[in-house]
Design a protein around this ligand. Structure first.
Ligand SMILES: Nc1ncnc2c1ncn2[C@@H]1O[C@H](COP(=O)(O)OP(=O)(O)OP(=O)(O)O)[C@@H](O)[C@H]1O
Ligand SMILES: [Mg+2]
Length: 416
């Protein structure tokens, strides 16, 4: 049987300096809301090339794979890995610099917010326009129309230009159009993350239907590993523009979550004068590696006014956003609490890696004046860092990679 998609030696070269204002995706904006976009672009380039000001780099290099009809392929990888670039090439929105793709069918795609619909046209008009672009006859689109509108649940706004839609409404309609049109292949970038939880669930259900009942092929990019596991039989892991792994989802995901012994030491710097207050104005928030390989959270801040009820620290979340714990600088024994003074202060504490399972965690700066006011209220857009834990469970040869459960403390047992 011939593959429905063949990708051969695909490469994509970008010329960054010619991109006025820098290239930033919606995702970049969300995940780097606290960084100046220009310095972000620079560090990104630096990460890839090892030098600061180079004009070009390869967002994809030597990418080869095949997809058979009816397969559901997940695509995972860190921010900036090249996932969206690959999807754009497959959707023929942008051409590859090298190599070729062969596609034996029609493609419908749902890419980053802002692509696909015409902003001045209403929802109704866009549905017809999209169908027409995909080569459908007007009467065939009309047949699907009600179903599309119902699934998107936007009846009230059908005759409003989509530029007035909220991002959630936009994605509802865009997903619904892509899912209901008769294309052989459906390509979906992680835009679904914009929708609410209920809608995301509905979309996953719809995608399952599409593959199981209609036998269509899906390529699905997501950072939601649970969704990837639920939906995709095979998964591609991309890293630095190359395929790192392609195979059964279970295997690829497991490796993905346990890679990188070299923990990325993330840093947040307050170069926008944010979170201004007298009690604790954060300047830097970062992870560092100690001499004995322990990992520390560091918090550097300016204090203008001392308040004895100041509590600052961090919240730790697992990959599926479950809160694991809060920790404040006053948690320790009385004698061990760091002293704070007017001016610059740096406090730090060791992350108890020994209780954590392997995987990716988010660390969020939190704090406030106890019982009075939040300075950094959890989940309200505070600075965050991510770390990837990759422990070797050498106490038990039964579990070498990842243990079941959120936590994985290594606890001693004894003979009674
Ligand atoms: N038009 C462009 N011009 C310049 N650089 C670009 C362009 N499009 C993408 N890039 C760069 O190519 C790299 C890959 O980007 P891409 O959007 O494919 O990543 P991604 O894997 O989708 O990441 P995320 O998880 O953040 O969505 C990034 O470093 C990005 O900055
Ligand atoms: Mg992307």
């Amino acid at each position: 049987m011939e593959p429905i998609i063949t990708v051969k030696n695909i490469g994509k070269k970008y010329n960054i300096n010619h991109q006025k204002g820098g290239y930033i995706t919606l995702r970049d904006i969300i995940t780097n809301a606290f960084k100046n976009p220009f310095s972000f672009l620079k560090t990104k380039t630096k990460n890839i090339l090892g030098i600061e000001t180079k004009e070009i780099f390869w967002a994809l290099k030597d990418v080869n794979f095949e997809v058979m009809k009816g397969e559901v392929i997940g695509i995972i990888g860190r921010n900036g890995a090249g996932k969206s670039t690959l999807l754009k090439i497959l959707s023929q929105i942008t051409p590859p610099t090298t190599g070729e793709i062969r596609i034996n069918g029609t493609v419908g795609s749902l890419l980053e917010v802002g692509t696909g619909f015409h902003p001045e046209l209403t929802g109704r008009e866009n549905i017809f326009l999209n169908g027409a672009i995909l080569g459908m006859k007007k009467k065939d689109i009309a047949k699907k129309f009600d179903e599309i509108v119902k699934f998107a649940d936007i009846e009230k706004f059908l005759d409003t230009p989509v530029k007035y839609y909220s991002s959630g409404m936009y994605v509802r309609l865009a997903f619904s159009v892509a899912a209901h049109m008769d294309t052989d292949i459906l390509i979906i970038d992680e835009v679904l993350a914009v929708g609410d939880a209920e809608f995301q669930k509905k979309c996953l259900g719809k995608m399952e239907d599409i593959t199981q009942k209609e036998g269509r092929t899906i390529l699905f990019v997501s950072h939601d590993i649970k969704a990837i596991k639920q939906l995709c039989n095979k998964t591609i892991q991309i890293g630095n523009g190359q395929i790192i792994n392609f195979g059964e989802t279970e295997n690829v995901v497991e490796k993905y979550l346990s890679i990188s012994n070299d923990i990325t030491l993330e840093k947040w710097e307050n170069n926008k004068n944010e979170f201004n207050n007298d009690y604790f104005k954060p300047e830097k928030f970062y992870i560092s590696k100690e001499k004995n390989d322990e990992l520390s959270i560091n918090l550097e801040a300016i204090i203008d006014k001392i308040d004895n009820s100041l509590t600052v620290g961090y919240a730790l979340y697992s990959e599926d956003n479950t809160l694991l714990y809060w920790s404040y600088q006053i948690d320790g024994d009385n004698t061990d609490i760091p002293k704070l003074q007017i001016g610059r202060n740096i406090i730090k504490s060791i992350i108890p890696v020994e209780i954590l399972n392997n995987g990716r965690y988010t660390i969020e700066l939190i704090g406030g004046i106890h019982n009075k006011e939040w300075l950094f209220e959890p989940n309200k857009g505070n600075p965050t860092l991510t770390i990837e834990i990759d422990r070797k469970f050498n106490t038990s040869h039964l579990w070498t990679k990842k243990r079941p459960g959120l936590l994985a403390p290594t606890i001693n047992w004894k003979n009674k």
